[in-house]
Design a protein around this ligand. Structure first.
Ligand code: ADP
Ligand code: MG
Length: 253
């Protein structure tokens, strides 16, 4: 059974008494364990699409199914990691940021068990020695690692990521890409990752979709069979890059 199905969703916003058609008949089908990267020009509707899948927005038409069941608002089986470095609870330490959502979602009432889960995930993102640090004592890359760890600790069916590395410097970005890929290999969580960076889409995605200009439609989709580690200087990487780039439309505002 497919773990995620987006069937013919469309969405408009009202802006200045005019209808702004943002998503137009989008369909996506993912199997459990797929890593989908979605590329699209700025302002085309990428965040709107992922917010619909998360349940933060409701499509005007169409449906979104997880394991065959329609989603109903937000839920712990679909968690989102944002671009913003300020998505953690600023008054909680690294450890508390991981433990709190576990408590909230009744993963366990047992303090020892909760601490064990937090321990495992702090270790996975290499932040054990920062367990007592507050978010404002961490770099952007470290904060994104905590955001990823606290989501994965809840064992979601789908991890949604809206340009999570978009505000990082190039070097940190490359490190986090590698770490995320390794986490995906370990946990095989189904991931949807939005980016407007073609290279990032190829490095991470087992499936890649290109959206067109607003109102967004699926313009192109492909599976990515380049073996890992994916090196941009190889022939197959360059040829996929050219193909994807060719499908990416741009518009001047
Ligand atoms: P992307 O993430 O691809 O840059 P978005 O999904 O954020 O694009 O936005 C797509 C379009 O929808 C933009 O024109 C934006 O102004 C508009 N939009 C997004 N959210 C709202 C909203 N809540 N109300 C009205 N318009 C919105
Ligand atoms: Mg966006």
């Amino acid at each position: 059974m497919s773990s995620l199905q987006v069937n013919n969703i469309s969405k408009s916003y009202q802006l200045d008494n005019k209808e702004l058609n943002v998503l137009n008949d989008i369909s996506i089908s993912l199997d459990s364990g797929d890593f989908l990267t979605i590329l699209g020009p700025s302002g085309c509707g990428k965040s709107t699409l992922i917010r619909c899948i998360c349940g933060m927005e409701t499509p005007d038409s169409g449906e979104i199914l997880i394991d065959g069941k329609p989603i109903d608002g937000i839920g712990p089986e679909r968690l989102m990691v944002f671009q913003d470095f300020n998505q953690l609870f600023p008054w909680k330490t690294v450890e508390e940021n991981i433990v709190f959502p576990l408590k909230l979602n009744n993963v366990s009432n047992n303090k020892v068990e909760l601490n064990e889960i937090a321990e495992e995930f702090m270790d996975i993102v290499n932040l054990k020695q920062f367990r007592n640090a507050y978010p404002n004592q961490l770099s952007g890359g470290m904060r994104q690692r905590v955001a990823i760890a606290r989501s994965l600790a809840l064992n979601p069916k789908v991890l949604l990521m809206d340009e999570p590395f978009g505000a990082l410097d190039a070097q940190t970005r490359a490190i986090l890409q590698k770490e995320l890929y390794q986490l995906w290999e370990k946990f095989k969580t189904t991931i949807i990752f939005i980016t407007h960076n073609v290279q990032e889409a190829i490095i991470l995605g087992s499936k890649i979709i290109v959206l067109g200009l607003m109102p967004a439609t699926v313009k192109f989709e492909t599976t990515n069979t380049i073996p890992y580690p994916r090196m941009p200087e190889t022939k197959e990487f360059m040829s996929l890059w050219k193909e994807l780039y060719g499908h990416l439309e741009t518009k001047r505002f």
